[in-house]
Design a protein around this ligand. Structure first.
Ligand code: SF4
Length: 289
């Protein structure tokens, strides 16, 4: 059972004076993930009810400065690979088995695929990874899959494929209505489904699915059935799914009407998805409730 350590709840996007790069002890990476924030302006094309990004305060940085980002990434790699990170108070209690660098994660304060030079930044980060001889370190794209149809994003996804990349695509509804309740966006659910299907036809995807209580209610049985149907639709269309990550709220979200599922609810949901959709499932719990 994956456990939640204190560090798992401290996903600060800022590290020292960095603007774009930050280290995270990630449950889903089972080690250190070096986060790359391509949306320092905090703009996102979704407005998820469980989002952790504090959009009530003004963004200090509006644009990605590529040279500075790559410089910060190089310094962060030195910090992690030298082992200096384990002397930092924030990371000194990390257990031995998690003291490993798993990935660079394109994530941050918005949807990374909306970054206009998405393909170029993937290319530059992949080059830096190669230069450091870190072929085994993954490039993870944490995405809502809303922009996969754009050519610049398709080029970026192809570069990920060539550089030990993995796509973690958000899918956490089975119906348009629940999708709108959770993601609050103008982008139609069908566009996301079509994008995930097309991308999964090219390479196996990881699906990331956060379920929660909304105004006290967990997702209904009918919604979970519909979610499983969507997973089965993707696979019936030739899409390959490597894994579904079922998780719940681990930290205080922006909206007060959102709360975590219990461990038993996460277990039941994961078991249902695993047997009905015939895909491997990993589960990640919230705080003890
Ligand atoms: S897609 Fe991610 S960054 Fe955007 S609102 Fe949802 S959780 Fe927040």
């Amino acid at each position: 059972m994956p456990t939640t350590l204190p560090q798992h709840t401290q996903h600060s996007r800022r590290y020292e004076q960095n603007k774009f790069v930050y280290p995270v002890l990630s449950r889903r990476s089972r080690g250190i993930s070096i986060g790359i924030n391509l949306n320092p302006d905090k703009v996102c094309n979704f407005d998820c009810i469980y989002c952790q990004v504090n959009r009530r305060s003004e963004a200090e940085t509006r644009f990605v400065e590529t040279d500075r980002l790559l410089h910060e990434l190089g310094d962060m790699l030195d910090f992690v690979t030298s082992g200096d990170i384990w002397h930092d108070p924030q990371f000194e209690s990390v257990p031995e088995h998690l003291r490993r660098l798993n990935d660079f994660a394109f994530s941050g304060d918005g949807e990374p695929t909306t970054f206009r030079n998405f393909d170029a930044i993937i290319d530059q980060v992949a080059q830096l990874k190669r230069d450091r001889g870190l072929q085994n370190v993954k490039l993870v794209l944490i995405t809502n899959a809303s922009m996969f149809h754009r050519p610049v994003v398709q080029r970026g996804l192809a570069l990920l494929d060539q550089n030990n990349g993995e796509i973690w695509a958000k899918l956490e509804a089975g119906t348009e209505a629940y999708y709108q309740l959770v993601e609050r966006t103008k982008i139609p659910f069908q566009q996301v489904l079509d994008n995930i299907t097309a991308a999964a036809q090219v390479r196996p995807l990881v699906i990331q699915s956060l379920f929660m209580r909304v105004n006290g209610d967990p997702p209904s049985d009918a919604e979970i059935d519909a979610f499983i149907e969507r997973l089965n639709d993707i696979q019936a269309s030739g899409g390959r799914l490597k894994l579904v990550q079922i998780y719940t709220v681990a930290r205080q979200p922006a909206e007060s009407f959102v709360a975590p599922l219990t461990h038993a609810e996460v277990d039941a949901l994961a078991a249902r998805v695993e047997s009905a959709a015939r895909v491997p499932v990993e589960r990640y719990y919230g705080p003890d409730v």
